[in-house]
Design a protein around this ligand. Structure first.
Ligand SMILES: [Zn+2]
Length: 269
């Protein structure tokens, strides 16, 4: 299932690469700015369905927009490459051994089918929204890896990566809110398709919980624009201020500081 994202996060690999990175940092000068941060690489789509999704991502420059937002927020000394490719069902994910995020055209095609199943066609906006949320989620894993962030065990890291995705989308204002809402809807559709007894098959939270967590943050960040969520999100946790504090604290050392004059209403960190 596309909503059960693969995560190639092996603790032993993380620990060994973290040690290697520390040793390298002591021995080598920092990489030049052109080799730092998030970068995009595309490979050709395989098959007509993947080609259609590749066109969507290309037309909207979506991976470029996501990496630009990440690079605008963070001053990383590491290079993390977003590879956009056909994965033949492997699923999008982050690989710490190569520091690559893979975004799969075939995941987008599956998301399109998911929305079509609820009568939403062609659902380009929704598919692009879910792709953005996926990229930010995987970027959360990448940051945990390269920065050695103390977020807990694998399940806790998945939840933290979801919160990072919400955090980055909500910084975009109304457009990001729309995307976060579409991603929550995709989790909700997945949950409905799976049925109540079908728990997640990997370390991610069940899709219904992921949907609820996204909506909790969405309402918390912009209650005035999402009044319909008030009842559904009453008393939900973690609340938006806690998530702002969490990811602001975790990323403190690599945050780019902005002049107060150009910070938006959502951009308080
Ligand atoms: Zn994940």
């Amino acid at each position: 299932m596309s909503r059960q994202r693969r995560t190639l996060l092996l603790r032993t690999v993380v620990l060994s690469t973290a040690a290697a990175a520390l040793a390298a940092a002591c021995a080598e000068p920092p990489p030049p700015p052109s080799a730092r941060g998030f970068a995009v690489r595309r490979t050709g789509p395989q098959g007509p369905a993947d080609a259609a999704e590749a066109r969507l991502l290309q037309d909207r420059r979506l991976p470029e927009a996501v990496t630009a937002a990440l690079n605008g927020h963070l001053d990383l000394r590491h290079r993390i490459t977003v590879v956009v490719r056909s994965c033949a069902g492997e699923g999008s994910g982050y690989d710490p051994s190569t520091r690559r995020i893979e975004l799969c055209y075939d995941d987008l095609a599956e998301d399109r089918e998911l929305f079509a199943s609820s009568g939403r066609t062609p659902a380009d906006d929704e598919v692009a929204a879910v792709a953005a949320e996926t990229l930010y989620h995987e970027a959360g894993h990448a940051l945990v890896d390269v920065l050695g962030l103390p977020v807990g065990d694998d399940r806790a890291e998945e939840d933290a990566a979801d919160r990072f995705a919400a955090f980055m989308l909500l910084r975009e204002g109304p457009e990001g809110e729309r995307r976060l809402r579409a991603a929550a809807e995709a989790y909700g559709l997945t949950a409905a398709a799976e049925g109540p007894g079908d728990r997640g098959r990997d370390e991610h939270a069940p899709p219904a919980e992921r949907a609820a967590a996204h909506l909790c943050l969405l309402y918390g960040a912009a209650p005035g624009r999402h009044r319909d969520l008030a009842a559904r999100t009453q008393g939900c946790a973690p609340a938006w201020p806690a998530v702002q504090e969490e990811w602001g604290r975790l990323l403190g050392p690599v945050l780019r500081r902005r002049a107060p004059v150009d910070s938006g209403s959502q951009d308080q960190l």
